[in-house]
Design a protein around this ligand. Structure first.
Ligand SMILES: [Zn+2]
Length: 384
């Protein structure tokens, strides 16, 4: 089964748009959205993010006098995303297995654009719409972080960047990144091990005392990278670790991050050696950065109810969900915008098996059409 939505999706995933290199994709979207009657502007976010194009904002004036509705998706894909060759098989679209597919997030773009196109073709009146297509979402939400918020008139809307059609993600954790350096003392491992302190041993001992993985229902912790040592016969002087803590609760985030750093410090303090009347102590350097704030939209907000109602209207299974990752919506929320994340049907994202079913592309389009209709009928009154 071929349809316009499938053809459009296939044509967009063929345009290379890895993070920081979204120019070709942005130009295509500017042309398509302009042809549909939108006014398209770009900001200068890429000057700070070192990409080749800024965030794209397309404004459709609409025919119903309401506050504009924001519909958001991101232009960039993860790697490997160059030369994508989409293949249609058993009702699903895959890559040829050598790249990702880019359904994350071109399925979102297609569903937004196709929904507006169909409303226009059927001459159905709708409220003003702002389509925001961000850059460099995948490498740190840089488009959202550097967006020129003065361009936006909308205060609410949806970001299409989740999985299951019908799901409305209203909460997502905040994340602390931590970098830890453990310093020991170098020495020959055979000739004079007494004069050394193994940074690897200290790091290992500290890690063995940590609780990692799921800490509780709203908090997780991980150490993802550990590097250290220079040779088999040298007691290692330095080990570096990169980790993260995520929580839906900011106090827990700070408490767990602090506890991890404490364990490293306390462990290191137990190690010292004396060489020629001089005491050498091990020590720890650490750096913590908050990567993104939490997203916490009340499930009774009108924007949530509209998405659920719209899903129900067209026979989808509506569901409010809590997410585990960060997305542009976390950043928007810290700027006072309530933007729940909607599922587009994308599957196995960030992998060579990434895919989307044709029926989900179609259902996602119908859902966005219905959301625009429902919003245009009701408008939004924020409760917070
Ligand atoms: Zn995404």
């Amino acid at each position: 089964m071929k349809s316009r939505v499938v053809d459009y999706f296939i044509s967009l995933v063929k345009i290379d748009s890895e993070s920081k290199d979204e120019l070709a994709m942005a130009q295509r979207m500017r042309d398509d959205l302009t042809a549909m009657g939108a006014e398209v502007v770009f900001d200068n976010a890429h000057v700070k993010t070192k990409g080749n194009v800024g965030n794209l904002l397309a404004r459709f004036s609409g025919q119903i006098d309401k506050e504009p509705l924001l519909l958001c998706s991101h232009l960039d894909t993860v790697k490997p995303g160059k030369g994508i060759k989409p293949i249609v098989k058993d009702g699903k679209i895959f890559s040829d297995g050598s790249t990702i597919l880019g359904a994350d997030d071109k399925s979102g773009i297609v569903e937004i654009v196709e929904a507006i196109r169909r409303l226009q073709e059927r001459q159905i009146a709708f409220a003003p719409i702002e389509v925001l297509l961000t850059i460099s979402e995948e490498i740190g939400l840089f488009g959202g972080k550097n967006l020129d918020y003065s361009l936006l008139k909308a205060k609410t809307g949806y970001s299409l960047d989740s999985h299951r059609i019908g799901s409305v993600v209203i909460q997502a954790p905040t994340l602390n990144k931590f970098d830890i350096k453990v310093f020991g003392k170098e020495s020959h491992s055979g000739a004079c091990p007494e004069r050394g302190i193994s940074a690897i041993q200290i790091a290992a001992e500290a890690i063995s005392k940590l609780k990692l993985g799921r800490i509780d229902e709203e908090t997780t912790a991980n150490i993802g990278i550990i590097k250290g040592g220079v040779a088999r016969n040298i007691i290692p002087n330095e080990v570096t670790l990169e980790g993260e803590v995520r929580s839906h609760n900011i106090e827990k985030l700070e408490k767990i991050t602090g506890a991890i750093l404490n364990i490293f410090n306390e462990t290191a303090q137990q190690y010292q050696v004396e060489v020629k009347n001089q005491i050498y102590k091990s020590r720890v350097d650490s750096k913590v950065t908050n990567d993104f704030p939490a997203l916490k939209i009340d499930k009774n907000e009108e924007v949530v109810k509209i998405a659920l109602q719209a899903a129900e209207n067209i026979g989808l299974e509506p569901k409010v969900e809590i997410g585990g990752g960060g997305s542009d919506s976390n950043i928007f929320y810290s700027h006072g915008l309530n933007i729940p994340i909607l599922g587009t049907g994308m599957q196995d994202v960030h992998s060579l098996k990434e895919n989307i079913s044709i029926s989900d592309l179609e259902k996602g389009t119908l859902w966005i059409m219905e959301i625009i209709k429902e919003y245009s009928k009701r408008g939004i009154r924020n409760i917070s």
